[in-house]
Write a protein that binds this ligand. Structure first.
Ligand SMILES: Nc1ncnc2c1ncn2[C@@H]1O[C@H](COP(=O)(O)OP(=O)(O)OP(=O)(O)O)[C@@H](O)[C@H]1O
Ligand SMILES: [Mg+2]
Length: 243
């Protein structure tokens, strides 16, 4: 762990750089999410949104810069350690355990908890009920539709009760009905006081859910502010329409 600047922000990202060979994916990102805030992240394909999330949760190691969670420096920690510090995430393409039942999928992140099997199973069942997947609890995850896999992944993320949740494209490829349900779930997560980092190309949903929005382009934050500030920002409009 390097000696780096940390803040009391729920998520603090300072001077984050990430290259893939000659490609600069993140070019000095400065970003903070306050506690219990929904921070929307927008940007065209390849802007660096997923790479940012991967650096925050430790899947990628940044070349330079720091990441803090609740003021604790997370730079250089493993994904497991960062998850234990209270950070949960979902993936752009859901990563469920395909050959495991829905219940077992939910138990994986909490097996080392000092709780009885019964308490954990009851919690997993309540979570599946909330996500309208309870009837399928003994089915293999591979039997779920793509949209249902997104719900399962969200339920699994919530099992260890993370303080910070990061959602990568929760609405992508999702029918409008399920999209509305997903929005309600995210509203409930935010109402519960969690900090949410929400990546999406669905600007209507981003603008509805976010307290603040940051726009990325070519690995840089080109604008950051309230929904109204971002909506009318010329640099954001140009990045979307001028590209
Ligand atoms: N593992 C990797 N290896 C090489 N290049 C990568 C890798 N991951 C991302 N990149 C590159 O980094 C840049 C940013 O990618 P990233 O996935 O972060 O974009 P994004 O904003 O999430 O885009 P999208 O909206 O399409 O999901 C892209 O040019 C991408 O090709
Ligand atoms: Mg992405």
């Amino acid at each position: 762990m390097s000696a780096t600047k940390t803040t009391a922000a729920a998520i603090g990202v300072h001077g984050l750089h990430k290259r893939f060979g000659g490609l600069v994916a993140l070019d000095g990102i400065e970003l903070e999410a306050r506690a219990a805030e929904v921070l929307g992240i927008i940007g065209v394909n390849g802007a660096g949104k997923t790479t940012l999330m991967n650096c925050i949760c430790g899947i990628y190691r940044a070349d330079r810069g720091s990441v803090s969670i609740g003021g604790r420096d997370m730079t250089g920690l493993t994904p497991h350690e960062i998850a234990h510090a209270g950070v949960g995430r979902t993936f752009q393409i859901p990563r469920v355990f395909r050959k495991m039942s829905l219940i077992d999928n939910l138990l994986v992140p909490v097996l080392d908890r000092n709780q009885t099997d019964r308490a954990l199973i009851e919690r997993a069942e309540a979570m599946l009920e909330q996500m309208r997947l309870i009837e399928l609890r003994h089915n293999f995850a591979e039997e779920l539709s793509g949209g249902q896999q997104k719900l399962l992944e969200m339920a699994r993320m919530l099992m260890p009760e993370p303080k910070v949740v990061m959602l990568d494209e929760p609405f992508a490829g999702v029918h409008p009905t399920l999209c509305r349900f997903m929005i309600e779930q995210i509203e409930a997560i935010a109402a519960g006081g969690k900090t949410v980092l929400l990546i999406s190309h669905d600007l209507t949903s981003i603008y509805r859910l976010s307290h603040r929005v940051a726009a990325l382009n070519q690995g840089r934050v080109i604008a950051e502010g309230s929904v109204d500030e971002i909506r009318g920002n010329p640099a954001v409009v140009e990045a979307y329409l001028g590209a």
